[in-house]
Design a protein around this ligand. Sequence first.
Ligand SMILES: NC(=O)c1ccc[n+]([C@@H]2O[C@H](COP(=O)([O-])OP(=O)(O)OC[C@H]3O[C@@H](n4cnc5c(N)ncnc54)[C@H](O)[C@@H]3O)[C@@H](O)[C@H]2O)c1
Length: 261
Amino acid sequence: MGRVEGKVAIVTGAAGGLGEAIVRRLLAEGATVVATDINEQSLSKYQEAVGERCMTQCHDVASESSWKEVMEKTLARYGRLDVLVNNAGIVIAGSVEETSLEDFRRVQQVHSEGTFLGCKFALPAMRGTGAGSGSIINMSSVTAIGGFPYVFAYAAAKGAIRSMTKSIAAGTSAVGEPIRCNSIHPGRIETPMVRACREERELLSGNEAVEEGNPSGHPDDIAHAVVYLASDESVWMNGSEMVIDNGATITDGSVKRRVQH
Ligand SMILES: NC(=O)c1ccc[n+]([C@@H]2O[C@H](COP(=O)([O-])OP(=O)(O)OC[C@H]3O[C@@H](n4cnc5c(N)ncnc54)[C@H](O)[C@@H]3O)[C@@H](O)[C@H]2O)c1
């Protein structure tokens, strides 16, 4: 029996990077997965999985009506919601002075408002269906913990996700609801977002090897943690922050430790 057998999960930002690894791990462990992304075309990679245990849905996490549609379709098709992974994200590089108000707002819309809307719609869906319990997993970042001046707007948005997670957890705890909400804080993991960000920074700095010597993690390093938080193995965790960064936050950030993935 899989570790999340029988559970119904929505994963946002599922078209690539961490989202894809999360969808594939959850499916492998027996979950039914609604894989959503704004990039509908890239969701066709799940064609072979789509069937009884997987559906895909075009979804802009910054749009309330888009969330309503995803939730309605999930409940109409599967009749329950057990897990929500708020994973979708964008990054716009820039210091506080380099960031325009428009860019700052766009980053907040996708991360902070997107996560807020996801939690707002997931809570009644989890409460009113299935076992009446559930797990909300919010993708934050190490940028919510330390100072990251060159991705200023992104770090601010990830900080909002970190504190929203704790408020939701405290809320369900206060009324004795079996719904939990935890955040994951990855360090650098090799994905399309990180590759694009690296190219942008290298272009800005004129330095071709800004991260030389610091190894990146693999998307599965995060997907394994999501499976744990989605499963009943983590029922005693609520409002926690899981830092997965190869020790970067406990050092000066120059982590040389390499692992075999
Ligand atoms: N890769 C890392 O090192 C790292 C570190 C810390 C946190 N994170 C977080 O993990 C999550 C996944 O990042 P990733 O590295 O896989 O990035 P990615 O760019 O590879 O994937 C992000 C996905 O989100 C989708 N997306 C963007 N805007 C959207 C919107 N408005 N609505 C719905 N989907 C949207 C994109 O189409 C893309 O498929 C993000 O929240 C990111 O901030 C990543």
